[in-house]
Ligand binder design. Structure first.
Ligand code: COA
Ligand code: NAP
Length: 277
């Protein structure tokens, strides 16, 4: 079954007067998530490093939703940048209800070509970036009894080759989802995650998914950003008010397929990997 727009499933105004902060919200999956949450009534701030890309994305989303979206440039590796993004959100919109930790970096690399700095860089963006942003935002989200969503991946469930940097970062992010669910739950804040499967038309798939075979997905198709939008709108909504500490896999059953090969072009035909193996 094809993915459909959240506006066909959820009421228009379920996030009326709410405010979202989304890292990585200027492109790919997280741009879609921001747009979906705004389409249901929220205002949003998107943050990442590339100011031009962010401004363009914010304008596109204003045009498509008629909503209020503001862009702040910042690097999730820098706590001060995330403090600034949160401060700007409060100055601009007066509150903060939802945080989506979506910023990430990834590439395929076997260990012998993964430099010390390369491994550290991905851990810093994905894991420390998630911590930095959440720590900066936490007190405001407690005030609104809001919700946090960490964007993860299924990579480490099966020890996906050439993905030790991103896989270990996402594993630790999933641990944070559980720790924060327990620590922030008593404050009325829910913390959950989504682990998307292969999602078409994204930088992640462009970089990692060469040779991907749709028939390896039990649902018979590659994922669509709308699939992750639907799950996000649900998890942030009151419909999920007793769901806390869960990382929801949204992959059409892909990772559980015993015939699953994460990156077929590399694994079956290593020459495609520029002679690195
Ligand atoms: N294979 C192996 N190592 C790589 C690599 C690759 N394809 N790309 C970058 N690296 C290494 C670099 O060589 C560098 O290590 P070194 O200093 O030992 O040479 C290290 O990773 C950091 O690279 P740099 O380009 O300085 O980092 P950055 O902070 O500018 O960029 C990346 C971060 C590398 C993750 C970059 O790909 C990025 O910005 N990605 C964001 C978008 C993205 O990856 N989206 C996919 C979905 S998450
Ligand atoms: P994407 O468009 O490249 O998204 C990554 C975003 O992170 C970009 O907008 C980038 O913007 C931002 N970013 C990177 N480094 C940053 C930094 N240091 N500080 C602030 N922002 C930074 O890729 P995507 O494929 O849609 O992935 C989105 C999320 O889904 C990621 O968490 C990824 O791990 C996850 N995921 C994707 C797939 C998939 O199939 N695509 C599958 C599983 C999980 P700037 O360059 O402007 O900083």
């Amino acid at each position: 079954m094809a993915a459909v727009s959240t506006s066909k499933i959820f009421k228009d105004d379920i996030f009326k007067d709410k405010v979202l902060l989304c890292t990585g919200g200027g492109s790919g999956i997280c741009k879609g998530l921001t747009e979906a949450v705004v389409r249901h009534g929220a205002k949003a701030v998107i943050v990442s490093r590339n100011k031009d890309k962010l401004e363009k994305a914010a304008q596109e989303m204003r045009n498509s939703t008629g909503g209020d979206i503001f862009a702040v440039s910042g690097d999730v590796r820098k706590p001060q940048d995330m403090e600034n993004a949160v401060k700007t959100t409060i100055e601009k919109f007066g509150r903060l209800d939802y945080l989506i930790n979506g910023a990430a970096g990834n590439f395929l690399s076997p260990m012998q070509h993964l430099s010390y700095n390369a491994f550290r860089t991905v851990i810093e963006i994905d894991l420390l970036g998630t911590f930095n942003t959440t720590k900066a935002a936490m007190e405001y989200i407690k005030q609104t009894k809001g919700a946090i969503l960490n964007i993860s991946a299924t990579l480490y469930y099966t020890g996906t080759p050439y993905q030790q940097h991103a896989g270990s970062a996402k594993a630790a992010i999933d641990a944070l989802t559980k720790h924060w669910a327990v620590e922030l739950g008593p404050h009325g804040v829910r913390v959950n995650g989504i682990a998307p499967g292969p999602i078409g038309g994204t930088e992640g798939m462009d970089k990692l998914g060469v040779g991907f075979e749709e028939e390896t997905v039990p649902m018979g198709r590659i994922g669509d950003v709308k699939d992750i939008e639907q799950s996000t709108v649900f998890l942030l909504s009151e419909g999920a008010s007793y769901i806390n500490g869960v990382t929801l896999v949204v992959d059409g059953g892909h990772w559980m397929n015993p015939n699953y090969v994460a990156y077929p072009a590399m694994v079956h035909n290593p020459i495609n990997f520029k002679g690195m193996l």
